[in-house]
Design a protein around this ligand. Structure first.
Ligand SMILES: [Fe+2]
Length: 605
């Protein structure tokens, strides 16, 4: 994990003259946008300041033409000429402050593994260049008919080499798309999601937006924040169109593929007829959405509704719930009262409720003034889940049930049951992580555990219980059949996150018995989140029409020994591989994906 970075340099280093050409009116406080991210405190390794270079390895012919036609860097002198005298002066002054004050301050700091670029973007975590559509991929085995469509997976792919701290989550969003057709036809492409941030940085030829996790901590983090706010105030950068990277989640809703990170509005990305991807733009649901949404919204397959949480780390209310009807109309916000801003990466729904985790990893911005991280584990807080009726218009009906010392970064599913004495029970399936802040903070002598766990909450007695379903095995990023999200599911498909953070295989877990069927990728081969695709969707009445393992599982796999990438397809009932697609380019390890059927693609907006 300490492998060196290897990058091809094709761009000029940053210059004071590579700033935006036009003054931009700031209509929104940059502070609100920036502080919606998660931050961390460095403590161990020496930070090596580097000249920033694009992180695009050169693709072999025939793909040698420019791959980012919309975000090609503009020549510095053009930028310089388009700045007014005041902006030129401000740009020069702020660049001097950056190089003479902030960068030396950062160099004095040390970096833990969690934000050390040499760890975070090494090996197959390192970025790749965009890849235009490549057709005629070699297929081994048979692609099942139900997989006709496109599998898309999001991930972090930093465009520029980090100057300082960098967490894997900080990278620019890139989507990898594998299109599967009849007669074993397969094609592949990958594209950056053209966020406002990415387009501005590409034009400037440098990274200029703060990296929320890798940089914004302690005094240097505050300095970075103020520097960025100053640049925004004089129109050198534009925060009015968000600062997010859109690298985490993907959801297909109401005819649109949305790429999300939890600090911004989603980005709409079109899957083109030829299998390529095109960023349509930052999507506000036609004016209905004015705040960030977390990267794990939930589609209720029965109602077609999209359920969403949005958190704020600065101002109250720190959390909001809202939903969109199947046609995209937004409900009113439900303000959720929390005593302190809390990291809420994921949540769950049942048939009638929204299940909201309020756990022990919280935001405390004042910690930055003390030189620390604003994201901390609060051992004095009691973890709890809020059970809110889906159709409520305010929070008066929410029931909070304590589940002590529980931290789930991701939840897999939830549903409603009735106890033997007739009490309403909420069952939640999630991967419980310990130490809770392991993703963001190094715990050298306390290796991470992420165990699949069932939480049961009694809505009458307010009591809860926990049961580890698969003790001693690290399982994360789980998926159930999307057709039964919010309803009782028999199986969950989990990534076997060993050796952490790599994924050596997929575990099919029977949620009643806890029995596990593993599919291991083999020596030197690693994947990521498995995605389950059913053979058939629910019927028109929303009735579940097949077993939760009648379908297929797919996911990208990297063979680190022979340096090849592929898509593997498993039959879920047997967990045996039935198909494989050889990929023409390396696919880095990433985050979350989804599958869009051929039929759904035809109805794309
Ligand atoms: Fe996630």
């Amino acid at each position: 994990m300490h492998a060196s970075l290897h990058f091809t340099t094709t761009n000029t280093p940053p210059s004071s003259s590579t700033l935006p050409k036009n003054p931009i009116q700031i209509t929104r406080s940059p502070t609100t946008q920036i502080t919606c991210k998660i931050l961390i405190n460095p403590s161990k390794k020496t930070l090596h300041q580097k000249t920033q270079k694009p992180l695009w390895p050169t693709l072999p012919p025939p793909n040698t033409k420019p791959l980012l036609p919309q975000v090609n860097p503009i020549k510095p002198n053009i930028y310089q000429s388009r700045l007014n005298p005041l902006q030129k002066l401000a740009a020069s002054l702020l660049n001097t402050i950056e190089t003479s004050l902030i960068e030396p301050l950062e160099k004095k700091q040390s970096l833990p593994k969690t934000i050390d670029p040499a760890v975070q973007i090494s090996g197959n975590f390192s970025p790749v260049q965009e890849c235009p559509v490549q057709y005629g991929l070699e297929v081994v085995g048979q692609i099942p008919d139900c997989l006709r469509g496109v599998y898309v997976r999001n991930g972090a792919n930093p465009m520029f080499e980090p100057a300082g701290g960098h967490h894997l989550f900080d990278g620019d969003g890139m989507i990898h798309a594998l299109t599967l057709g009849s007669a074993n036809r397969a094609s592949y492409s990958c594209r950056y999601t053209r966020t406002s941030r990415l387009e501005q940085e590409a034009k400037m030829g440098r990274s200029i937006f703060p990296k929320p996790i890798g940089e914004l901590h302690g005094h240097s983090g505050l300095a970075r924040l103020f520097l960025f706010m100053a640049r925004a105030a004089v129109g050198l950068v534009d925060c009015s169109r968000g600062t997010g990277v859109a690298n985490a989640g993907l959801v297909y809703f109401n005819g649109r593929l949305l790429a999300m990170s939890e600090d911004d509005l989603p980005y709409s990305v079109k899957v083109k007829g030829d299998g390529d991807l095109e960023t349509i733009g930052r999507f506000d649901f036609k004016g209905g959405l004015d705040r960030p949404m977390i990267a794990h919204p939930k589609v209720d397959a029965v109602t077609g509704e999209l359920h969403v949480l949005s958190y704020d780390v600065v101002k109250k209310p720190y959390l909001k719930y809202f939903k969109f009807g199947a046609s995209g109309t937004k409900s009113r916000d439900v303000d959720i009262t929390l005593d302190q801003p809390t990291m809420v990466h994921d949540f769950a729904i049942t048939q009638n409720y929204v299940v909201i985790p309020d756990q022990q990893v919280v935001f405390k911005l004042s910690e930055m003034i003390k030189g620390g991280s604003p994201v901390i584990y609060d051992p004095n807080k009691t973890s709890r889940f809020g059970i809110l009726p889906k159709n409520d218009v305010d929070e008066s009906g929410i029931q909070w049930i304590d589940v002590p010392n529980c931290f789930c970064f991701h939840l897999c599913n939830a549903w409603e049951e009735t106890s033997e004495v007739g009490d309403p029970i909420i069952v939640v399936i999630g991967s419980c992580m310990d130490p809770p802040d392991s993703v963001f903070k190094e715990h050298e002598n306390n290796p991470i555990r992420a165990e699949l766990t069932e939480m049961r909450m009694n809505l009458r007695t307010q009591e809860s219980s926990r049961r580890v379903l698969v003790p001693g095995l690290n399982l994360e990023v789980g998926q159930v059949n999307k057709e039964v999200v919010g309803r009782k599911s028999k199986y969950v498909y989990m990534a076997i996150t060993e050796p952490w953070p790599k994924c050596s295989g997929i575990a099919k877990v029977d949620l009643e018995t806890g029995s596990v069927t593993k599919h291991l990728y083999g020596t030197g081969r690693f994947g990521g989140e498995p995605f389950y695709v059913p053979k058939r969707k629910n019927d028109s009445m929303g009735n579940h029409v097949e077993e939760d393992d009648d379908g297929f599982i797919m996911g990208f796999v990297r063979d680190e020994v022979d340096e090849s990438s592929e898509l593997v397809i498993l039959k879920a009932s047997s967990m045996k591989q039935v198909g494989l697609v050889r990929l023409p380019a390396r696919v880095p390890y990433g985050f979350h994906g989804t599958f869009i059927s051929e039929q759904d693609l035809k109805e794309q907006a």
